[in-house]
Unconditional design. Structure first.
Length: 571
């Protein structure tokens, strides 16, 4: 399919902006066709693609020029299409697929939309109730110390018009000390902390900041224009791969096709066993999507590593959550035994980390070869599989900086050229999770059809690069202005943390739209391990056959909640 008619350079070098506005549901149809044609192994059959019905309001409700709302809807539609193919293989017809594009706008904000007994995240934190009902795995990494908080911000450099994203990750003191900053400096406010850090970082060029972060193994990234990123070696290497990136492992034994289990549960992935080895958002979002499609997901966490506490209120939906310490031989043995049963491994630690512990792709292929049943191994990381950045640590914010998304947002909000501002929601995280879910579902389908084992990669930066590609296009300035005027979003600036931006967006939605009151797009669990009723955003995919439709059978649960480290018995 030809890309939309666009004008180059509206938001800076390497940008493509639509000449005409297309309502969101129709734009979803176009982007679905575009991704279908550029995704090896995905259907391009018009009859199947026409089976997807997008419906919703004409205008997007996410601020900025990125088509994140349409992208979220399309990725879930792709999961729905593959789920429908799997269901047909299992003898279950799904019927038409429906995606609510308004609900898709909420998807990137999923972690902040959960409520316990009607109280939202902000109210839970303010009352202290959050700390009483969830398992504390923050280990102080996300304390509201202003210096910690502003270690997740974008700063000007010594280079005119070049900004740099630092990322304190879950170890802010380490990054701050690397730049001779006191993590416990007496900054009374976030603004004071920002100014302290800014005064130090603007003494460096972007290249010097980049080298410092690489030498110390820290998170950081120059805020490129889309064109500048594409011209880097890493950008070129990443650009060679399709967004949905998986391949059969022909160097391994060609195991026979793996039939799907016969289960009472008619959801497409019922009987598929998945191990999730990850923290924070992207990979857990993939696991949550897959549990909705019926998979049995066991989330393995280290009790020693920090993980943001509030994410357990949504991203553990439908899973078991177990603790293993891989520095202990007994715990490593338990994980290995679980892997012998698994169909899928999702890992989102730094590339090579699990391999050094004996749980890399080649280790899993040995298991698959021995048991005569293929395995699917999905790496989720920031920069992709190739090149000198592949093992660098990275978060959503790093991908936003690398790809040009932060640059484009700063340009769209009227800042001086080069000033970068984060996209308004954890878009790269949540959408990369959806990319990973489609990736895995296609590999599961192919294993059943053709046999073999499969390796896939989902990249935060690749997900962001899609949003600034010519095939997607960006919204015109007048559309960005209309969205802003409709919802009166507060200021979005380089200093803001992702939590700040979530508050700006969600608080505006609460005042200007009734979408958060639409009960039909939320799932509610009255009896939960938290001791409260939990309300969270429901799965986006709706099949005409409700029996097959994605849904969670159990609520979210606290981290490291389950003591028995095992998969469910087949039903």
């Amino acid at each position: 399919m030809a890309p939309p008619s666009t004008k180059r350079g509206v938001y800076g070098p390497g940008t493509f902006t639509d000449l005409e506005f297309t309502p969101v549901p129709q734009e979803c149809k176009r982007i679905l066709q575009h991704l279908a044609e550029s995704t090896p192994g995905f259907t391009t059959d018009p009859a199947i693609l026409d089976n997807v019905n997008f419906h919703g309001a004409e205008y997007p409700i996410i601020p900025g020029p990125l088509k994140s709302q349409a992208f979220a809807a399309v990725l879930h539609a792709m999961a729905g299409v593959v789920g429908s193919e799997i269901s047909t293989m299992r003898g279950n017809a799904t019927g038409n697929i429906t995606i609510d594009t308004d609900q898709a706008a909420l998807y990137p904000a999923t972690p902040s939309l959960v409520t316990l007994d009607g109280k939202n995240v902000g109210e839970l934190i303010a009352s202290g109730e959050a700390s009483r009902v969830i398992t504390d795995l923050d280990h102080g990494a996300l304390d509201l110390n202003p210096m910690y908080y502003r270690s997740w911000s974008i700063y000007p450099t010594k280079d005119p018009g070049v900004w740099y994203q630092i990322m304190g990750s879950l170890h802010p003191p380490e990054l701050l000390r690397a730049f001779d900053l006191d993590p416990e400096a007496p900054a009374k406010t976030n603004d004071e902390a920002y100014q302290l850090i800014k005064a130090k970082l603007e003494l460096y060029s972007a290249r010097e900041l980049e080298m410092k972060c690489m030498e110390k193994g820290l998170c950081g990234q120059t805020c490129y224009t889309p064109e500048a990123w594409r011209e880097t070696l890493m950008g070129k290497l990443l650009g060679k791969h399709p967004l949905i990136n998986y391949k059969i492992q022909r160097q391994a034994v060609m195991t026979p096709p793996t039939p799907f289990s016969v289960t009472a549960d008619k959801r497409p992935l019922a009987g598929i066993k998945i191990i999730e080895l990850a923290r924070v958002i992207a990979a857990p979002a993939a696991g949550a999507a897959l549990t909705a499609f019926g998979a049995d997901v066991v989330r393995i966490q280290s009790p020693n590593l920090p993980d943001p506490n509030l994410l357990q209120l949504t991203l553990t939906a439908g899973k078991r959550t177990c603790a293993l310490d891989l520095t202990k031989e007994e715990d490593k043995k338990q994980l290995y035994q679980l892997m012998e049963e698994a169909d899928v491994i999702i890992q989102a630690y730094r590339r090579g980390s699990l391999e050094r512990r004996g749980f890399g792709i080649n280790d899993l292929l040995e298991i698959a070869n021995r048991r005569g049943k293929g395995i699917i191994y999905l790496d989720l990381n920031c920069y992709g599989t190739d090149g000198y950045y592949a093992e660098r640590p990275g978060w959503q914010q790093i991908a936003d900086a690398a790809s040009g998304c932060s640059y484009v947002c700063g340009k769209a909000y009227g800042f001086p050229d080069g000033t970068a501002v984060l996209p308004s929601l954890p878009i790269a995280d949540m959408l990369c999770g959806a990319v990973a879910a489609v990736n895995i579902m296609m590999a599961v389908r192919d294993r059943a059809r053709h046999g073999g084992s499969y390796y896939g990669n989902a990249s935060l930066t690749a997900t962001d690069c899609a949003q600034v590609s010519e095939g997607f296009g960006l919204y015109q300035p007048e559309v960005v202005k209309k969205i802003q005027e409709t919802h009166n979003f507060g200021p979005m600036t380089p200093d803001l943390h992702v939590e700040d931006l979530l508050y700006v967006v969600v608080s505006a939605w609460m005042k200007t739209t009734d979408i958060l009151k639409r009960n039909e797009i939320f799932s509610v669990f009255d009896k939960t391990p938290f001791g409260h009723s939990v309300r969270m955003l429901a799965p986006l995919v709706k099949y005409e056959n409700a029996e097959v439709s994605p849904r969670w059978l159990t609520s979210s649960k606290p981290y490291c909640y389950d003591k028995e480290i095992t998969f469910a018995e087949d039903i």
